[in-house]
Each structure stands twice: as structure tokens, then as C-alpha cells.
Design a protein around this ligand. Structure first.
Ligand code: SAM
Length: 286
């Protein structure tokens, strides 16, 4: 990565660069964000689309670089986002369509993309209370599943997602896309199984783990008397014994038909809307 992209700060205030060359080092660094190594090193990631960028800024995320296609120049919302980026010390790039396509790896790319700082919450600061629900994922591997789960957790009103063990990166392009913006609204924690088990012991939650061998119908569990941590197993191997043993309930979703199990994201959705059923209401008609 070039020095230009790593060291953000006040020196960039006021900068708006026009770039048409794919060989430009800033563009190369942005393109490198498709690799986890580059995202980890720079602690940043890319989100595409004007709406997403505005949502992220409104929710207080730090933007490092705003990229927009030439065709978006002069559009009031784009100008506004550019001004906000510059005001917060970020860089604004006006690029050709060709450069935009190469950054987003799409033939019909979004007109706007933002490079944001990653944000993680610390497990020791998570103290679930009242009606809170947290989702804990054991070694989730599929980026689409993780994105869908983050989106579903947001929709169900969950307080956050805890990634336990070796999980896929929530800041990959595929996961960010699948979250449809919910990434910016759902706190994320990453931890080890050992730290997760220690944390669970002293935080007064009900750990409901889902398991194909679970003896309890998921619709019979008490989700109201304590905050709930809903634990889901890995796509291939399910939940390991040590995590399953720490659960207060081992829940199963009854199935018929030929499939052995539900897709992880689908199972998480079914569970989340049951856990939070008593809390979710339709908007009252006017
Ligand atoms: N072969 C894996 C196994 O034996 O557990 C299948 C894993 S399944 C694709 C991924 C996760 O989704 C499971 O670990 C569990 O958390 C959840 N899941 C899927 N179907 C479920 C069901 N019918 N009841 C409870 N949990 C389920």
C-alpha cells in the first residue's frame, strides 16, 4: 500500500483529485481492499452507493475517501457528501467510469463509493440488558450468509452480532453488499470461543444455541425473562461440543422434507423473529 492512502489526516483537507488512470496508486490501493490482508492492514473497507454512504455518515462512521463517477458531478446529494467528506478530513476522488468499474468490479457500477474505517465493538463492553438480543455466530464462512444475517439482525431489532472463532470478514465487498446498509447499524464483535465462554458465564444472559440434535422445539423456549444470546453453528460442521454444552437451551426448528438442515441465514432469521416475536409490531395505521 502506498503511503498516500495509509496516512489519513488534516493534510488532506480540501483535496479533490481527478483520476482517469487505472494505474494511479490511490486507485490501486482502493482496489486492493478486495483483499482481506489490505483491509486488515488499513483497517478500512469499501461501501458502494450514495444512500449507503449517506447512511454511514449519518451514523457517525468515519469516511477516508469518497469516490464518485464524473457523471455524478454536480448532483446536489453527491456535492453534499463530498463536502462532508472534505470537512471531516477525507479525500474526494472524481474518477472516470472506467476507473469506477474497476474499483467496484462491476460493469454498471454505482456512481458513488466510500472507503470507511472499520469499526469493532469490544466484547467486554457488551452487557446485554432488558429485552436485548445478540446473535453469536460460530465460524461463519459464507460472506453472503454473514451479510444476510447482519441485515436480518438489524430488521429484527437485535443489538449486535458476535463473531466467534475464525469467521469470514464482515467488511468484504460481498458481505457489505449483502447487508444492504445494515452493516452500519449493527455493532460487530469478534472473539475466541474461550473468551466467549468466559463472557457468557458472568453476563446474565440466556444462551440459546441451535443444533440439529437439539431436543427443545424453538417455539417453547422462554425468550422474555433474560436478554438472549442466540448462537448459530458453522455451515458445514454445526456447533462444536464445548459451545453447545454452554447453552442454557439447545433449540431445534422442526423440519420435514428431504433437506437435513436449513441454510444458516434462514435458520437465524426463523430464530430471531421467534426470539423477538413479542417485541415486534407493525406500525399502527394512521
Ligand atoms: N451439517 C451441519 C450440522 O450437522 O449441524 C449443518 C449446519 S446448518 C447448515 C448451520 C446451522 O444452522 C446449524 O449449526 C444450526 O445453528 C442452524 N440450523 C439449521 N437448521 C436448523 C434446524 N432445523 N434446527 C436448529 N438449527 C438449525
Amino acid at each position: 500500500m502506498t503511503d498516500d492512502y495509509r496516512h489519513e489526516g488534516a493534510r488532506r483537507v480540501g483535496q479533490v483529485k481527478e483520476i482517469t488512470s487505472l494505474a494511479n496508486p490511490i486507485i490501486k490501493d482502493i482496489k486492493a481492499l478486495t483483499l482481506k490482508k489490505a483491509r486488515d492492514e488499513t483497517k478500512s473497507f469499501m461501501a458502494e452507493g450514495l444512500k449507503l454512504v449517506i447512511d454511514a455518515l449519518d451514523l457517525g462512521w468515519t469516511i477516508r475517501t469518497l469516490v464518485y463517477a464524473k457523471a455524478a458531478k454536480g448532483k446536489p446529494m453527491v456535492e453534499k457528501v463530498a463536502a462532508r467528506t472534505i470537512a471531516s478530513g477525507g479525500l474526494v476522488l472524481e474518477v472516470s467510469e472506467k476507473v469506477m468499474s474497476s474499483i467496484t468490479r462491476r460493469e454498471n457500477p454505482q456512481m458513488v463509493a466510500g472507503i470507511f474505517e472499520q469499526r469493532w465493538a469490544a466484547l467486554k463492553e457488551v452487557r446485554p440488558s432488558g429485552t436485548e438480543t445478540w446473535v453469536a455466530l460460530d465460524r461463519v464462512r459464507d460472506p453472503g450468509n454473514l451479510g444476510t444475517i447482519i441485515r436480518t439482525a438489524d430488521a429484527a431489532g437485535a443489538s449486535g452480532v458476535i463473531l466467534v472463532g475464525d469467521c469470514t470478514d464482515p467488511f468484504s465487498l460481498e458481505t457489505v453488499r449483502a447487508t444492504m446498509g445494515s452493516l452500519f447499524a449493527v455493532p460487530l464483535v469478534k472473539t475466541t470461543p474461550a473468551d466467549f465462554l468466559r463472557w457468557k458465564k458472568d453476563c446474565g444472559v440466556r444462551l440459546v444455541a441451535t443444533h440439529l440434535a437439539g431436543a427443545v422445539d424453538y417455539r417453547t423456549i422462554d425468550y422474555r425473562s433474560k436478554p438472549v444470546v442466540l448462537m448459530m453453528g458453522n455451515e458445514q460442521s454445526g456447533l462444536p461440543d464445548d459451545l453447545a454444552a454452554a447453552a442454557d437451551s439447545l433449540a431445534r426448528i422442526p423440519q420435514t422434507g428431504r433437506a437435513d438442515s436449513l441454510n444458516l441465514a434462514v435458520a437465524t432469521g426463523v430464530m430471531l423473529f421467534e426470539v423477538r416475536r413479542h417485541l415486534l409490531v407493525l406500525d399502527k395505521p394512521q
